[in-house]
Design a protein around this ligand. Structure first.
Ligand code: 475
Length: 883
């Protein structure tokens, strides 16, 4: 009864001062308790991994205390909340990030030393949480850190994949994919909430019913799966606030299907139910293409449906009507992957809460905002209507209704311009009918954000041109950022201390703009000396790792030139390799005197290729083949080394980035112009032809022809506008910049803004500027430089072996097929590389550039990005839990 409860609460007050203490003795006791009672090892016999587990559990306890307080505080204050929906989070390791954000790293290090352990060694035991592919997923992780640090009442929602991104194993230079068994050794950073579960339904049919004289659509689903919550506390830095990343796992539903059990096949009935778990079993490893797979759509709906049930339940705890819903809730769509949330919220409000279409639509339009990370219109996500009809029949109806209303409104506004209407439509007509998920997200959101200034231009002129013309006030951008807690304080502690020393404060860890204070010391020789010492130690750490991974010994005097990111043709790792081959060829043909002038280089490449992406896999193999040749050539010695770092992930990045002198961000800034011209001619011909056909067969093939004409005009705009950059933003460059690594880059995405901050004189730029591309289009046909043809032929003629295997790779850049402009950029790329060599010889200049890079990186903190989102898109305010 109530009395019991009250009495219990009274008793709990007696425990008020039981908060965990952080002095070394208390920490040691906690760690040893966890060794014995959680890990269940004897205190006389446990290894480093078990010590890590105990350590992690003791940190977890401290996280939970703050997390409880924060959640209770949010509940009491009931501020407007932001719900961040993302199918991917690349969290990496949690231990170091947590102890630093909790402000107890040194205490733990001391406690462990006294126990006879080394903090760093234990931290190395942790595996990565790799529930994401690349840029988009790491951005979500950085933004969670910023939301916690800035005290925003935020929740992240996602999927708890049983297997994260595949492990990359290299055998004979070829990439092989292996499953990532990341949960096999337990995960101390999550809290399983067996009572926080929601049913998620799929398939079935919809029929119309008459309910009290109102025609109502009733969905009778065919399958129910249970979503179970796993909470990952995310601590802020310099605050007690600890927010929640709630990830859903799929479990068979408890609702017993008596029928299948009664047929006598008990074993099969159980086994079939277990299939439900496959929904959250594996992350799709493709970061660009969408294949319209049923399982992928199931994942999307599963996580969106469970998240919205959770959001609505929390809202209803303190509200009786939905009137206040938009004042209390902001829902952020991280790319199109969660965009079914729009239709799902409509469904819940109409079918379950009986709000009626208009009220529901009014709410939906006010709560959603959408960020797109894409530049290529052809990469936008589409879902075949047939698939949607079978998996989510009621949602398809709702999407059709949303589209119908939208198109009717549109007709009033723009008239019967069918080309335009068909481009804007959520439903794509064609041989296969598709739902355009981006169009759905845009129509239902009050704000659409790009991820950099130049990306936003691209959205306006190309990707979402029609929508921008229709709703110019909807489109904005927030330049991406990364968290300095992970990318400086955790990964580069010595540089962080140095920065704090010279700024005289640690406040930059919460306010990155303060880094600008380093500018005034950029010429100070004492700083130069300390700066270089720190950088040298980081290089040593990286060199040791390289030797352990690949057996290659590298010289610390060499320039460490790093190119790490997902392998993609547009990211042009192939251009880098051709440049390396060119360098090799030059050194090989030099006499002794000239060799002494060569700036020694260690070229480091790392990244995963999507399992089905053949060309990307060939680039990895080529890297190994070239490395084999160069690294074993006695003529070359330490002048040039090439290493491939396998299984690039967040924790490898933490090691590699601080040790880099130079980093490459050399994606192509424009499509191949020759091809553009050819296509245009072809299209003109087609379009003329279209008009003739139109006249002749109009009465017979009316519909058919209209469809074809729509197709052609769609292709037409896409090709004509495809002239500028491929990288929406790029965030890797920001991490290198903060760490004082110089950038060799093309001017697109976020590099455009980095130039604004640090000046082009402090980086090595090459290639066409985005705004120069239209002028370039008019210039004479592209020429292929002789050196380029030569190095490509070296690959094609089998100089590095595997002649047949590399043939298709060479085809990609030879004979007018050079889609990503490797040939036309080659000379300016080599010039930029030569400029880097010259600068490296001038140590004083190099160090100044390095300091100015860090000093100018303040703008690229995700704190700035998140503040912009909070103020202009989400309309939320900080809600700081008292300490
Ligand atoms: C951009 N991933 C970067 C970064 O905004 C940008 C797509 C489909 C399925 C799974 N993953 C994806 C991406 O699209 C992605 O990572 N995009 C990247 O987002 C953050 O900095 O330019 O390419």
């Amino acid at each position: 009864g109530l009395g019991d409860g009250k009495a219990r609460v009274e008793r709990m007050f007696g425990f008020m001062d039981r908060f965990l203490k952080n002095d070394p003795i208390s920490l040691q006791k906690d760690i040893m308790d966890h060794v014995e009672y959680t890990v269940a090892r004897s205190r006389f016999s446990f290894d480093d991994f078990e010590a890590y587990q105990a350590l992690a559990h003791s940190v977890r306890d401290r996280l939970i205390e703050r997390w409880h307080d924060t959640q209770l505080f949010f509940k009491r204050k009931d501020p407007k909340r932001i719900y961040f929906l993302s199918l991917e989070y690349l969290m990496g390791r949690s231990l170091s990030n947590s102890v630093i954000n909790l402000g107890i790293r040194d205490q733990y290090a001391d406690a462990l030393t006294q126990l006879g352990f080394e903090y760093e060694v234990l931290a190395e035991q942790e595996g990565d949480a790799a529930l994401g592919n690349g840029g988009l997923a790491r951005l979500s992780a950085c933004q969670m850190d910023s939301m916690a640090t800035l005290d925003y009442p935020a929740w992240g929602y996602g999927l708890r994949y049983q297997y994260g991104l595949f492990r990359q194993v290299i055998l004979d230079g070829y990439q092989h994919e292996q499953p990532d068994f990341w949960l096999n050794f337990g995960n101390p950073w999550e809290i399983e909430r067996i009572h926080v579960t929601y049913p998620v339904k799929f398939y079935g049919t919809v029929h119309e019913e008459d309910v009290n004289g109102v025609k109502t659509q009733v969905w009778v689903p065919g399958e129910t799966v249970e979503a179970v919550a796993y909470d990952n506390p995310i601590p802020g830095y310099g605050t007690r606030n600890t927010i929640t990343l709630r990830l859903w796992a799929a479990k068979p539903s408890d609702q017993i299907d008596m029928e299948s059990y009664n047929t006598g096949d008990y074993i099969n009935a159980v086994v079939n139910r277990q299939g439900a778990e496959s929904i959250s079993s594996v992350l799709y490893p493709d970061d660009r293409s969408h294949q319209g797979k049923e399982l992928r759509l199931k994942q999307q709906y599963f996580f969106v449906c469970a998240s919205l049930q959770d959001v609505i339940r929390r809202f209803k705890d303190t509200h009786d009507s939905f009137d206040e819903f938009p004042e209390k809730i902001a829902l952020q769509l991280n790319d199109t992957h969660p965009s079914l949330a729009t239709a799902e919220l409509m469904r819940v409000l109409i079918d379950e809460e009986n709000l009626g279409w208009d009220k529901a639509w009014n709410i939906v339009c006010k709560v959603f905002s959408f960020t797109t990370h894409t530049v290529a219109p052809e990469a936008l996500e589409k879902v075949p209507v047939d698939l949607m009809a079978s998996l989510l029949p009621r949602h398809l109806q709702i999407i059709y209704d949303i589209n119908h209303n939208f198109i009717e409104e549109l007709k009033k506004k723009v008239g019967l311009d069918y080309n335009r209407l068909s481009r804007l439509s959520i439903v794509e007509e064609g041989a296969v009918k598709n739902i355009r998920m981006a169009n759905l997200a845009i129509v239902c959101s009050h704000t659409v954000d790009g991820v950099s200034k130049s990306h936003s231009e691209l959205l306006k002129t190309r990707v979402f041109k029609d929508f921008c013309e229709l709703w110019p006030q909807k489109f904005h951008y927030k330049t991406n950022g990364v968290t300095q807690r992970r990318w400086l304080v955790v990964s580069n502690p010595s540089l962080s201390s140095l920065i704090s020393k010279w700024l005289g404060t640690e406040a930059w860890i919460r306010d990155m703009d303060l880094l600008a204070g380093l500018q005034e010391h950029a010429a100070n020789t004492d700083l130069h000396e300390e700066w270089n010492k720190v950088r040298q130690v980081n290089k040593m750490r990286l060199a040791e790792y390289i030797e352990a991974m690949s057996g290659v010994k590298v010289s610390l005097n060499a320039m460490f030139d790093v190119h790490v990111k997902r392998i993609h043709e547009y990211k042009r790792q192939f251009l880098n390799l051709l440049g390396i081959i060119y360098r090799y060829d030059c050194i090989k043909n030099m006499d002794k005197k000239d060799k002494s002038k060569v700036v020694p280089r260690v070229c480091i490449i790392g990244g995963k290729a999507a399992p089905g992406y053949e060309i990307a896999k060939k680039i990895i193999k080529l890297c190994h083949a070239v490395a084999e040749k160069i690294n074993n050539d006695p003529d070359i010695g330490d002048l040039l080394k090439l290493v491939f770092i396998p299984d690039y992930n967040v924790s490898v990045a933490e090691l590699v980035i601080p040790g880099a002198d130079l980093s490459q961000h050399i994606r192509s800034t424009s499509y191949c112009l020759c091809m553009l011209k050819a296509f245009h001619l072809m299209l003109l011909t087609c379009l003329n032809f279209r008009h003739i056909i139109l006249c002749e067969f109009y009465f017979f093939f009316n519909l058919f022809i209209i469809r074809i004409s729509i197709y052609l005009s769609v292709i037409n705009t896409e090709i004509w506008c495809s002239t500028a950059g491929h990288e929406a933003s790029g965030t890797g460059c920001m991490k290198f910049l903060m760490n004082g690594c110089l950038l060799l880059a093309t001017a697109d995405g976020s590099t455009v803004e980095i130039i604004e901050e640090i000046g082009s004189e402090n980086m090595f730029l090459f290639g066409a500027r985005v705004h120069e591309v239209p002028a370039l289009r008019e210039s004479s046909p592209l020429k292929v430089p002789l050196q380029f043809a030569r190095v490509v032929r070296m690959v094609g003629d089998g100089y590095f072996g595997f002649q047949d295997y590399f043939a298709s790779l060479c085809d990609k850049v030879e004979g007018g097929n050079d889609f990503y402009l490797l040939a036309s950029d080659f000379e300016s790329y080599l010039e930029a590389q030569a400029a880097a060599d010259r600068a490296f010889v001038d140590q004083e200049k190099w160090t100044r550039m390095s300091i100015l890079s860090t000093a100018g990186s303040g703008r690229f903190s995700s704190d700035r990005t998140i503040e912009e989102y909070a103020e202009t898109t989400w309309g939320i305010e900080p809600c700081r839990c008292p300490s």
